[in-house]
Design a protein around this ligand. Structure first.
Ligand code: PMP
Length: 444
């Protein structure tokens, strides 16, 4: 018998699977389910971009490209970054085209990190940073961001996390899952802490086009920060191109050149068809970005307002396409909340705890879903029951173990009696007396 536990790399075995996946797997095969779980645009890739990919195939462009990516694509990325974000990166030497932002992040960690180096990662944030840092033999240092700071990283928090072993800081803004953003003044405050150190910034700007307050500012825009920042970006979110698997990394020449060696041996070159489509996206896709952004913005307001109406406090997200309502008032953990919401109403949202420290007590619900689905999800009655907006009023009295009240045919009740410690109980309807529903409380 082979003992694979002994054979396989310990570091890989120690990595926990993503806490997001479980909910997709559960939702699969559930008829009528609604997913506010997956971090993926619900739009199709715009036709002119798809056409450019198709046309490249028709022309027979089916071979490898240069390792760093097509030079026309790197030229288009360079022009785009200047036009949209005032960032200057040379097409030759400063841009590497990767298999999604995901590969870009992996390469950046592996290129910068020595064993034992520490990487500061603000959380709650995207699930990949910690595991990728660990796989690069380095140590993730998780720093909890707070709702009262609008989920930004503060200079004090950064200062406290820095040690002599700190090699890099991940800046995951606009943030998945919180929707938090960091403006120029916020970044300036962090830059003040970083100046005079050798700490590198790894700026994950995959949601840079999806901001709803003002335009995105990159750490690389700030004085003295350009030379210590690696910018990771991609096509998945801005152009709704998740399946094309295309992204890029920009930064100082020696770093990009070292990274290109890893990419060359591990990947060769990013998908050719996707690269041709991406040139079209960058050169002629500004209008698509605007149209999708506007649509997201409307949904964002709708979902935030919906949660608030239901009695859940909901931070106003100003970036990406996620809301991050606080569910602490329900008395449930994030995971219980998500499990029960899915079981009761077939709506998938993701526990905040899946995104690291600071996420417990919140859930991530994306508005990269149709207005119809958002409306449906908010009207699910289980949610009303959890928030205590409806049922505590309707089920007013307990008499000899029976709950009485004016409730619709579903029931969950916040029991506020002394012995019940504000727990949520299922109430099984047992009958109707006059116009009053009667039920038995079942410890849920
Ligand atoms: N960064 C963040 C913050 C993300 O949310 C994602 C995807 N969910 C990625 C990077 C990776 O995106 P991709 O590899 O599709 O470019």
């Amino acid at each position: 018998m082979m003992d694979y536990g002994k054979i396989m790399c310990r570091r890989v075995q120690d990595i926990q699977p993503s806490g997001i996946r479980k909910y997709f797997d559960l939702l699969q095969g559930m008829e009528g389910g609604i997913s506010l779980g997956i971090g993926e645009p619900d739009f199709q890739t715009p036709w002119h971009i798809r056409d450019a990919g198709i046309f490249s195939l028709e022309k027979g462009f089916t071979k490898y490209t240069p390792n760093a990516g097509l030079s026309d694509l790197r030229g288009a990325i360079s022009r785009y970054l200047k036009r949209r974000f005032d960032l200057e990166y040379a097409a030759v030497g400063q841009i590497l085209v990767t298999v999604g932002g995901s590969e870009g992040l992996d390469l950046t960690f592996r290129t910068l990190l020595e064993p034992g180096d520490e990487v500061i990662i603000p959380t709650p944030s995207f699930v990949c940073y910690g595991p990728l840092v660990s796989m690069a033999h380095a140590v993730p240092v998780l720093v909890e961001t707070k709702e009262e700071h609008e989920f930004r990283l503060t200079p004090e928090e950064l200062r406290r996390a820095i040690t002599p072993r700190t090699k890099a800081l991940v800046l995951p803004f606009p943030c998945n899952p919180t929707g938090g953003v960091m403006g120029r003044a916020d970044l300036e405050a962090l830059a003040d802490v970083l100046r005079g150190t050798d700490i590198m910034v790894i700026s994950d700007e995959i949601y840079a086009e999806l901001t709803y307050g003002g335009r995105h500012v990159s750490m690389a825009n700030l004085p003295d920060m350009y030379e210590r920042t690696v910018v990771v970006n991609g096509f998945s979110k801005a152009y709704s191109m998740t399946g094309w698997r295309l992204g890029y990394v920009c930064g100082p020449k020696p770093i990009i050149s070292a990274m290109t060696k890893l990419h060359q041996y591990g990947i060769m070159s990013a998908p050719t068809t996707s690269q041709y489509a991406a040139i079209e996206a960058l050169d002629h896709g500004d209008g698509d970005i605007e149209a999708m952004r506007e649509e997201y913005d409307g949904r964002r307001r709708f979902l935030v307002e919906g949660f608030r109406r239901l009695g859940l406090s909901c931070f106003e997200p100003l970036g990406a396409f996620y809301t991050f309502p606080c569910i602490k008032s329900t008395g449930l953990t994030s995971e219980q909340f998500c499990d029960r919401f899915l079981a009761a109403e077939k709506v998938a949202v993701i526990p905040g705890s899946a995104f690291g420290p600071g996420g417990e007590g919140y859930v991530r619900a994306t508005y990269a879903a149709s207005m119809h689905d958002l409306g449906e999800a908010l009207e699910r009655r289980w949610l009303e029951g959890q928030t205590g907006r409806v049922l505590p009023v309707l089920f007013e009295e307990e008499k000899g173990g029976l709950w009485q009240g004016h409730a619709p045919s579903y029931a969950l009740v916040r029991a506020q009696g002394e012995n019940l410690h504000n727990r949520l109980l299922d109430v099984k309807i047992t009958g109707v007396e006059g116009n009053v529903l009667v039920g038995v409380a079942v410890d849920g």
